[in-house]
Design a protein around this ligand. Structure first.
Ligand SMILES: *[C@@H]1O[C@H](CO)[C@@H](O)[C@H](O)[C@H]1NC(C)=O
Ligand SMILES: *[C@@H]1O[C@H](CO)[C@@H](O)[C@H](O)[C@H]1NC(C)=O
Length: 241
Protein backbone atom coordinates (compact mmCIF):
# COMPACT_ATOMS: atom_id res chain seq x y z
CA UNK A 1 0.00 0.00 0.00
CA UNK A 2 2.77 2.33 0.97
CA UNK A 3 4.69 1.58 -2.23
CA UNK A 4 1.60 2.17 -4.31
CA UNK A 5 0.93 5.56 -2.76
CA UNK A 6 4.56 6.48 -3.06
CA UNK A 7 4.54 5.55 -6.74
CA UNK A 8 1.41 7.54 -7.33
CA UNK A 9 3.05 10.51 -5.66
CA UNK A 10 6.15 10.17 -7.79
CA UNK A 11 4.01 9.96 -10.93
CA UNK A 12 1.99 12.99 -9.94
CA UNK A 13 5.19 14.85 -9.24
CA UNK A 14 6.66 13.94 -12.61
CA UNK A 15 3.40 14.81 -14.41
CA UNK A 16 3.21 18.06 -12.46
CA UNK A 17 6.71 19.07 -13.38
CA UNK A 18 5.83 18.40 -17.00
CA UNK A 19 3.00 20.86 -16.82
CA UNK A 20 5.08 23.74 -15.51
CA UNK A 21 8.70 23.56 -16.51
CA UNK A 22 10.44 26.84 -15.78
CA UNK A 23 13.91 28.17 -16.43
CA UNK A 24 15.75 31.25 -15.21
CA UNK A 25 17.06 33.51 -17.96
CA UNK A 26 19.65 36.20 -17.24
CA UNK A 27 19.85 39.08 -19.72
CA UNK A 28 23.08 41.12 -19.61
CA UNK A 29 22.45 44.33 -21.54
CA UNK A 30 23.11 48.09 -21.80
CA UNK A 31 20.53 50.87 -21.84
CA UNK A 32 21.73 52.57 -25.06
CA UNK A 33 23.01 49.53 -26.95
CA UNK A 34 21.24 49.04 -30.32
CA UNK A 35 21.82 45.26 -30.30
CA UNK A 36 20.34 45.01 -26.80
CA UNK A 37 17.30 47.00 -27.91
CA UNK A 38 16.80 44.86 -30.99
CA UNK A 39 17.06 41.67 -28.96
CA UNK A 40 14.75 42.81 -26.16
CA UNK A 41 12.12 44.38 -28.44
CA UNK A 42 12.01 41.75 -31.17
CA UNK A 43 13.04 38.49 -29.50
CA UNK A 44 12.72 38.58 -25.73
CA UNK A 45 9.56 40.64 -25.25
CA UNK A 46 7.17 38.63 -27.43
CA UNK A 47 8.55 35.32 -26.17
CA UNK A 48 8.46 36.39 -22.51
CA UNK A 49 4.80 37.36 -22.90
CA UNK A 50 3.91 34.07 -24.53
CA UNK A 51 5.91 31.96 -22.06
CA UNK A 52 5.33 34.04 -18.93
CA UNK A 53 4.83 30.95 -16.75
CA UNK A 54 7.96 29.27 -18.05
CA UNK A 55 10.49 32.06 -17.62
CA UNK A 56 12.05 33.49 -14.53
CA UNK A 57 13.49 36.62 -16.12
CA UNK A 58 16.47 38.44 -14.58
CA UNK A 59 17.66 41.69 -16.12
CA UNK A 60 21.27 42.77 -15.53
CA UNK A 61 21.77 46.31 -16.94
CA UNK A 62 25.54 46.72 -16.95
CA UNK A 63 27.13 45.10 -20.03
CA UNK A 64 30.67 46.23 -20.81
CA UNK A 65 30.69 49.09 -18.33
CA UNK A 66 33.23 49.28 -15.58
CA UNK A 67 33.41 51.06 -12.26
CA UNK A 68 35.93 52.19 -9.70
CA UNK A 69 35.41 53.54 -6.23
CA UNK A 70 36.75 56.91 -5.19
CA UNK A 71 36.24 57.51 -1.51
CA UNK A 72 32.54 56.94 -0.94
CA UNK A 73 31.72 57.56 -4.62
CA UNK A 74 31.45 55.01 -7.39
CA UNK A 75 32.56 56.23 -10.81
CA UNK A 76 31.17 54.39 -13.82
CA UNK A 77 32.59 54.21 -17.30
CA UNK A 78 29.91 53.08 -19.75
CA UNK A 79 30.18 51.50 -23.19
CA UNK A 80 28.03 54.16 -24.91
CA UNK A 81 29.09 57.14 -22.82
CA UNK A 82 27.87 58.95 -19.69
CA UNK A 83 24.22 59.08 -20.81
CA UNK A 84 24.23 55.32 -20.79
CA UNK A 85 25.39 55.28 -17.17
CA UNK A 86 22.32 57.32 -16.26
CA UNK A 87 20.13 54.98 -18.34
CA UNK A 88 21.62 51.91 -16.67
CA UNK A 89 20.88 53.46 -13.28
CA UNK A 90 17.25 54.09 -14.28
CA UNK A 91 17.00 50.42 -15.24
CA UNK A 92 18.66 49.29 -12.00
CA UNK A 93 16.40 51.52 -9.91
CA UNK A 94 13.25 50.48 -11.78
CA UNK A 95 14.09 46.80 -11.32
CA UNK A 96 14.36 47.51 -7.61
CA UNK A 97 11.43 49.89 -7.08
CA UNK A 98 8.66 48.80 -9.47
CA UNK A 99 5.78 47.25 -7.57
CA UNK A 100 2.77 45.30 -8.72
CA UNK A 101 -0.40 47.37 -9.12
CA UNK A 102 -2.86 46.16 -6.50
CA UNK A 103 -5.79 47.75 -8.35
CA UNK A 104 -5.00 45.85 -11.55
CA UNK A 105 -4.22 42.23 -10.77
CA UNK A 106 -2.85 41.70 -14.29
CA UNK A 107 -0.16 44.28 -13.70
CA UNK A 108 2.11 42.18 -11.54
CA UNK A 109 5.62 43.33 -10.72
CA UNK A 110 7.05 40.98 -13.38
CA UNK A 111 4.63 42.20 -16.06
CA UNK A 112 5.36 45.86 -15.31
CA UNK A 113 9.12 45.29 -15.32
CA UNK A 114 8.97 43.58 -18.71
CA UNK A 115 6.79 46.33 -20.20
CA UNK A 116 8.94 49.09 -18.75
CA UNK A 117 12.29 47.63 -19.82
CA UNK A 118 10.90 46.96 -23.31
CA UNK A 119 9.64 50.55 -23.55
CA UNK A 120 12.91 52.08 -22.29
CA UNK A 121 14.97 50.08 -24.76
CA UNK A 122 12.76 50.97 -27.70
CA UNK A 123 12.48 54.68 -26.95
CA UNK A 124 16.10 55.24 -25.92
CA UNK A 125 17.01 54.37 -29.51
CA UNK A 126 15.14 57.45 -30.78
CA UNK A 127 18.09 59.45 -29.41
CA UNK A 128 16.07 62.63 -29.23
CA UNK A 129 15.54 64.48 -25.99
CA UNK A 130 15.98 63.04 -22.55
CA UNK A 131 16.08 59.44 -21.39
CA UNK A 132 12.52 58.02 -21.65
CA UNK A 133 12.21 57.10 -17.95
CA UNK A 134 9.17 59.26 -17.26
CA UNK A 135 7.47 58.73 -20.63
CA UNK A 136 7.62 54.95 -20.23
CA UNK A 137 6.48 55.09 -16.60
CA UNK A 138 3.44 57.14 -17.66
CA UNK A 139 2.67 54.81 -20.57
CA UNK A 140 2.65 51.72 -18.37
CA UNK A 141 0.96 53.14 -15.30
CA UNK A 142 4.04 52.94 -13.13
CA UNK A 143 3.19 55.49 -10.47
CA UNK A 144 6.46 55.83 -8.62
CA UNK A 145 8.69 57.46 -11.26
CA UNK A 146 9.69 60.06 -8.65
CA UNK A 147 11.18 57.32 -6.49
CA UNK A 148 12.92 55.73 -9.47
CA UNK A 149 14.36 59.07 -10.65
CA UNK A 150 15.55 60.03 -7.21
CA UNK A 151 17.24 56.64 -6.89
CA UNK A 152 18.91 57.01 -10.31
CA UNK A 153 20.26 60.47 -9.39
CA UNK A 154 21.73 59.49 -6.03
CA UNK A 155 24.11 57.00 -4.45
CA UNK A 156 21.25 54.51 -4.18
CA UNK A 157 21.35 54.10 -7.97
CA UNK A 158 25.14 53.87 -7.98
CA UNK A 159 25.07 51.16 -5.39
CA UNK A 160 22.41 49.13 -7.26
CA UNK A 161 24.32 49.49 -10.54
CA UNK A 162 27.59 48.49 -8.88
CA UNK A 163 25.90 45.27 -7.71
CA UNK A 164 24.88 44.56 -11.30
CA UNK A 165 28.50 45.11 -12.30
CA UNK A 166 29.60 42.49 -9.81
CA UNK A 167 26.89 40.13 -11.03
CA UNK A 168 28.08 40.59 -14.62
CA UNK A 169 31.69 39.91 -13.63
CA UNK A 170 30.56 36.67 -11.97
CA UNK A 171 29.31 35.40 -15.34
CA UNK A 172 32.19 36.50 -17.53
CA UNK A 173 35.01 38.99 -17.17
CA UNK A 174 35.14 40.89 -19.41
CA UNK A 175 31.72 40.26 -20.96
CA UNK A 176 32.36 39.14 -24.56
CA UNK A 177 29.18 40.37 -26.22
CA UNK A 178 26.15 42.52 -25.48
CA UNK A 179 23.46 41.37 -25.08
CA UNK A 180 24.49 38.12 -23.41
CA UNK A 181 21.77 35.61 -22.61
CA UNK A 182 22.52 33.01 -19.95
CA UNK A 183 20.07 30.27 -19.05
CA UNK A 184 20.41 29.28 -15.38
CA UNK A 185 23.00 32.06 -15.00
CA UNK A 186 25.50 29.90 -16.91
CA UNK A 187 27.23 31.01 -20.09
CA UNK A 188 27.01 28.59 -23.01
CA UNK A 189 28.26 29.66 -26.46
CA UNK A 190 25.66 27.59 -28.39
CA UNK A 191 22.77 28.89 -26.31
CA UNK A 192 24.06 32.44 -26.70
CA UNK A 193 24.25 32.19 -30.49
CA UNK A 194 20.80 30.65 -30.80
CA UNK A 195 19.21 32.99 -28.23
CA UNK A 196 20.12 36.23 -29.99
CA UNK A 197 18.93 34.87 -33.36
CA UNK A 198 15.83 33.02 -32.22
CA UNK A 199 15.09 33.38 -28.53
CA UNK A 200 11.99 31.18 -28.63
CA UNK A 201 13.99 28.29 -30.04
CA UNK A 202 16.70 28.73 -27.38
CA UNK A 203 14.09 28.92 -24.64
CA UNK A 204 12.32 25.80 -25.86
CA UNK A 205 15.63 23.96 -26.05
CA UNK A 206 16.19 24.84 -22.39
CA UNK A 207 12.73 23.94 -21.11
CA UNK A 208 12.76 20.28 -20.11
CA UNK A 209 10.19 19.05 -20.83
CA UNK A 210 9.04 21.65 -23.28
CA UNK A 211 5.50 23.04 -23.02
CA UNK A 212 2.94 22.65 -25.84
CA UNK A 213 3.71 26.13 -27.15
CA UNK A 214 7.10 24.77 -28.21
CA UNK A 215 5.72 22.01 -30.40
CA UNK A 216 6.21 23.82 -33.71
CA UNK A 217 9.77 24.67 -32.90
CA UNK A 218 12.36 22.23 -34.22
CA UNK A 219 14.57 20.57 -31.63
CA UNK A 220 12.14 20.61 -28.71
CA UNK A 221 10.42 17.46 -27.48
CA UNK A 222 6.69 17.21 -28.22
CA UNK A 223 5.18 17.91 -24.81
CA UNK A 224 1.76 16.38 -25.43
CA UNK A 225 3.28 13.05 -26.37
CA UNK A 226 5.58 12.96 -23.35
CA UNK A 227 2.78 13.99 -21.04
CA UNK A 228 0.61 11.18 -22.40
CA UNK A 229 3.50 8.77 -21.91
CA UNK A 230 3.93 9.74 -18.27
CA UNK A 231 0.19 9.39 -17.64
CA UNK A 232 0.14 5.96 -19.30
CA UNK A 233 3.20 4.90 -17.35
CA UNK A 234 1.64 5.97 -14.06
CA UNK A 235 -1.54 4.04 -14.83
CA UNK A 236 0.43 0.89 -15.65
CA UNK A 237 2.65 1.21 -12.61
CA UNK A 238 -0.27 1.81 -10.25
CA UNK A 239 -2.04 -1.29 -11.59
CA UNK A 240 1.04 -3.41 -11.08
CA UNK A 241 0.89 -2.91 -7.32
C1 LIG B 1 -6.54 40.10 -17.08
O1 LIG B 1 -6.05 38.91 -17.67
C2 LIG B 1 -7.06 37.96 -17.98
C3 LIG B 1 -6.36 36.69 -18.46
O2 LIG B 1 -5.31 36.94 -19.32
C4 LIG B 1 -8.01 38.56 -19.03
O3 LIG B 1 -9.01 37.64 -19.35
C5 LIG B 1 -8.62 39.85 -18.47
O4 LIG B 1 -9.40 40.47 -19.45
C6 LIG B 1 -7.53 40.81 -17.99
N1 LIG B 1 -8.13 41.95 -17.30
C7 LIG B 1 -7.81 43.21 -17.54
C8 LIG B 1 -8.48 44.23 -16.70
O5 LIG B 1 -6.97 43.53 -18.37
C1 LIG C 1 18.36 63.37 -12.73
O1 LIG C 1 19.43 63.25 -13.66
C2 LIG C 1 19.05 63.45 -15.00
C3 LIG C 1 20.24 63.11 -15.88
O2 LIG C 1 21.41 63.69 -15.43
C4 LIG C 1 18.54 64.87 -15.18
O3 LIG C 1 18.16 65.08 -16.51
C5 LIG C 1 17.37 65.10 -14.25
O4 LIG C 1 16.92 66.43 -14.32
C6 LIG C 1 17.74 64.74 -12.82
N1 LIG C 1 16.54 64.79 -11.99
C7 LIG C 1 16.50 65.33 -10.78
C8 LIG C 1 15.19 65.28 -10.06
O5 LIG C 1 17.48 65.84 -10.25
Amino acid sequence: MLTKNLLLLVCLFVAGSYAQSKVSVYIYYESLCPDSAKFINQQLYPAAKQFKDNIDLKFVPFGKSSYRTQGSDTIFDCHHGPNECYGNKVHACALYHIQGNSFQPNNTRDVLILEYVNCLMERAQFQAGEFPGKVCADMHEIHNWDTIEQCANTTEGSSLLKNYGDETAKLQQPLKSVPTVAFRQTFDADNQKLAVENFRAALCKNLKPSPVECRNIPGSAPAVASFALVTLLSVILTRMF
